[in-house]
Ligand binder design. Structure first.
Ligand code: DGI
Ligand code: FE
Ligand code: FE
Ligand code: FE
Length: 188
């Protein structure tokens, strides 16, 4: 496997400076969350460092990969926001030599979540949302909630993201709705 220094070099070469720095902050935040929650710190760190590796690949590269590798064709109705995680994991495995499914699944799920999320899935999902460079209405509550209870942080993020997408009249990927339905607090 590549060393951290080699991964840093490869990630940096594929991203703008600001996006690369976001990856470093997600790595650090994921390490903190892993320590607090008794998770595998090494896996959390690697997932954080590389999670947005594919974020700046051209659309045509994603479209070709979706078609050639038998991904869900419905993905073609969405864009980079969905592709860079779900399909990005394919490029991360290929280019960065990461074959660990626990890490790859966390990357696949880092934008849209999933009804069932492993500890590493939850850590990456939340670390991406609360890393110290993030600033949006509700960020302080997101940080406090996640620090007190990781799963509560996941729930807060899902509710917040869905509201934000709908407010902006964005198309919702069906798996994002599945995630929402599984995590929304049940009501009578
Ligand atoms: O890559 P990052 O900016 O660090 O963060 P991210 O991968 O968590 O999210 C990227 C964007 O994707 C974010 O603005 C929320 C958006 N998103 C999440 N689910 C959906 C979505 N966008 C659309 N259109 N549809 C979704 O279902
Ligand atoms: Fe992302
Ligand atoms: Fe995210
Ligand atoms: Fe990110």
């Amino acid at each position: 496997p590549y060393t951290r220094a080699e991964l840093v070099e490869k990630v940096a070469a594929n991203l703008s400076t600001s996006r690369f720095e976001h990856c470093l902050r997600v790595e650090q935040t994921a390490i903190e969350l892993a320590r607090q929650n008794g998770a595998d710190v090494e896996r959390a760190a690697i997932a954080g460092l590389v999670h947005d590796y594919a974020k700046q690949l051209p659309d045509e590269t994603f479209i070709a990969a979706i078609q050639a590798n038998h991904f869900d064709p419905d993905l073609l109705n969405y864009g980079n926001a969905i592709w860079h995680g779900v399909v990005g994991a394919y490029f991360i495995e290929r280019d960065l030599g990461i074959h660990d499914d626990i890490i790859l699944n966390a990357i696949r799920r880092h934008t849209i979540g999933a009804p069932e999320m492993t500890l590493i899935d939850q850590i990456l999902f939340v670390a991406d949302f609360i890393e110290p460079g993030r600033d949006f209405p509700g960020i302080e509550q997101a940080r406090q909630t996640a620090k007190a209870d990781l799963a509560a942080g996941v729930r807060y993020e899902i509710l917040n993201t869905l509201s934000f997408l709908i407010k902006g009249q964005k198309k919702i990927y069906p798996k994002t709705i599945d995630t929402y339905n599984a995590w929304v607090p049940t009501q009578e």
